[in-house]
Design a protein around this ligand. Structure first.
Ligand code: IPE
Ligand code: IPE
Ligand code: MG
Length: 245
């Protein structure tokens, strides 16, 4: 695979933990625990491949509505993950970031999260972003609020609020454009993930449950991505012409 056919930014909707556990007659939380192994393998593989940014949908704004016991279990797993992976993240030069309503997370998650974000700030091999308490609509609404505030303060003229300008208010503005979105578990929907950012992302839906998703599956997704022609609204001929030069 050539560097240009490698996506710069990959987003993953890590779905299917509950079904993986149910198939084994185990509590759902065991599926979430097993899913952490997939996170480790995929993060490592992405960094080795030279992907610049990996964004993982770990907990949605809507997931707060799950049974309290599952939510609490997920929060504890998150804390465990942040503590256990600290050395691996630092040793591999990975910068950890987070997207979403982080203030809503319990302090026992926010503390190791903030600490690792601060400690890894200068790392540059890959940025790993965890979408936590995240919703795409919520994120766009927040961006609109921030833009409105700047308009009210006279920092921005309302007629200058273009799509590009509004995109600049999104928390993903500092990341490369999202090139590839993968969803595991066979569901073919977006479930409020990066609604703005997927505008021209390639979508790949995989029939594997997240706890079984390993680097071999990621490689297959990348092959699919590399085989597609991204036209961004143009014609095939125009794309061929621009890649000739
Ligand atoms: C994804 O797995 C993880 C989270 C949403 C936190 P699910 O828990 O949604 O698993 P299924 O979809 O019920 O199998
Ligand atoms: C999306 O999965 C959220 C995450 C993977 C964190 P869900 O399992 O919550 O999505 P729906 O409910 O099937 O749409
Ligand atoms: Mg699910």
């Amino acid at each position: 695979m050539t560097a240009s056919s490698l996506p710069r930014h990959v987003g993953i909707i890590m779905d299917g933990n509950g079904r993986w556990a149910q198939l084994r007659n185990r509590p759902r939380l065991e599926g979430h625990r097993a899913g952490a192994d997939s996170v480790r393998d995929i993060t490592r593989a992405a960094r080795q491949l030279g992907i610049e940014a990996l964004t993982l949908y770990a907990f949605s704004s809507q997931n707060w509505a799950r049974p309290a016991e599952e939510v609490a279990g997920l929060m504890h797993l998150l804390r465990e993950f942040l503590i256990d992976e600290r050395a691996e993240i630092m040793d591999n030069g990975i910068r950890l970031e987070a997207l979403g309503d982080i203030e809503k997370l319990p302090p026992f998650v926010r503390e190791p999260l903030d600490e690792l974000r601060a400690a890894s700030r200068g790392n540059s091999s890959m940025v790993l972003t965890l979408a936590l308490s995240y919703g795409g609509r919520e994120s766009i609404a927040k961006a609109a609020c921030a833009a409105a505030r700047d308009i009210a303060a006279g920092i921005l003229r309302f007629e200058d609020l273009s799509a590009e300008r509004l995109g600049g208010y999104l928390p993903t503005a500092t990341l490369p454009q999202l090139d590839l979105l993968i969803r595991t578990s066979g569901e073919q929907r977006v479930s409020n993930f990066m609604l703005w950012e997927i505008a021209y992302a390639e979508l790949v839906f995989v029939d594997v449950l997240w706890p079984e998703f390993r680097r071999e599956h990621l490689y297959r997704c990348l092959e699919q991505y590399a085989a597609r022609e991204r036209r961004f609204g143009m014609t095939s001929a125009q794309i061929a012409e621009s890649s000739d030069v």
